[in-house]
Design a protein around this ligand. Structure first.
Ligand code: DC
Length: 217
C-alpha cells in the first residue's frame, strides 16, 4: 500500500505553506516545502556569481545541493523568491529536483508536499489534492506583512508587482507550469483567516481520506 500523500499547490502567499504545515501536524506526516528547493538553487547560483537565466549553471547547482539542509533564513527573502521563480523555468533544474521530491512523497505512512506542480507532476496519484488561491491583492498584503516582519524594507506596491510577475512566470512556463490538477479541490482563502482556511483544508482532506480508505479495501 502506498502512503497517504497530501498535495498542496497554489501561487505565492496563498496560505498553502501554513496550511501544509498544519495538515502535517494534524496527521503526523512530514512536510516538504518544495519552494525552498528552488529558492536554494537560486540563492546558491547567485552566491556563486552565476546567471539565473543559464539552464546549465542552474542545473549544476541543483544537482549538487544538500537538499536536507534548507533552514537558511536567506531562503525566505523577497530576492530568494524571485530567483527561485527564475531558475524554476529550467527543465533540467526541475529534473534534478524530481527524485528527492518523489522519494519524500513515497514516505510511509504519508507525507505533505506544497508547491506548484505537486498534484500535476510530482505526485499525480496523490489521494488528496488542494489548490489554494487568493486574489493578488490579498496575497500581496500577506507577503508584505511577513517580509516587513522579517525586517525587509519593502512597499506593498512592490510586493503586488512581484506577485503578479511571479504568477505570470510560474503559470506561463513550459516546464510543469503552476496549475490545478484536474482532480484538485480549489480553496479560495481570500476572505478567510488562516484558521478558517486550515479548517476548510482539513475537511477536504478528511473526505479524501475516507474515499482513499474505501479504495484500499
Ligand atoms: O512557494 P515559494 O514561493 O517558496 O516558491 C518559490 C518559487 O519556486 C516559485 O515562484 C516557483 C518555484 N516553484 C516551482 O516552480 N515549483 C514548486 N513545486 C515550488 C516552487
Amino acid at each position: 500500500m502506498n502512503g497517504f500523500v497530501i498535495a498542496v499547490d497554489g501561487p505565492a502567499a496563498s496560505g498553502k505553506g501554513t496550511i501544509a504545515v498544519r495538515l502535517g501536524a494534524l496527521w503526523g506526516y512530514p512536510v516538504l516545502d518544495t519552494g525552498l528547493l528552488y529558492r536554494a538553487v537560486g540563492v546558491g547560483l547567485q552566491r556563486a556569481g552565476g546567471d539565473l537565466d543559464s539552464e546549465a549553471a542552474a542545473a549544476a547547482v541543483a544537482r549538487s545541493l544538500d537538499l536536507s539542509h534548507l533552514e537558511d533564513p536567506a531562503l525566505r527573502t523577497r530576492a530568494a523568491g524571485e530567483a527561485a521563480s527564475r531558475v524554476a523555468v529550467h527543465d533540467d533544474v526541475r529534473r534534478a529536483l524530481l527524485d528527492f521530491q518523489r522519494a519524500f512523497a513515497a514516505r510511509e505512512p504519508g507525507a505533505v508536499l506544497d508547491g506548484r506542480d505537486i498534484g500535476t507532476v510530482i505526485a499525480p496519484a496523490a489521494p488528496a489534492k488542494l489548490y489554494v488561491t487568493a486574489t493578488p491583492e490579498v496575497r500581496a498584503d500577506r507577503r508584505w506583512k511577513q517580509l516587513t516582519g522579517q525586517g525587509e524594507a519593502v512597499t506593498y506596491d512592490d510586493i503586488l508587482a512581484d506577485i503578479r510577475r511571479r504568477d505570470e512566470r510560474d503559470g506561463g512556463r513550459e516546464s510543469a507550469p503552476m496549475r490545478p490538477a484536474d482532480d484538485a479541490v480549489l480553496l479560495d482563502t481570500t476572505e478567510m483567516t488562516i484558521e478558517a482556511a486550515t479548517d476548510a483544508a482539513r475537511r477536504i482532506v478528511e473526505a479524501a481520506r475516507a474515499r482513499w480508505e474505501r479504495s484500499q479495501g
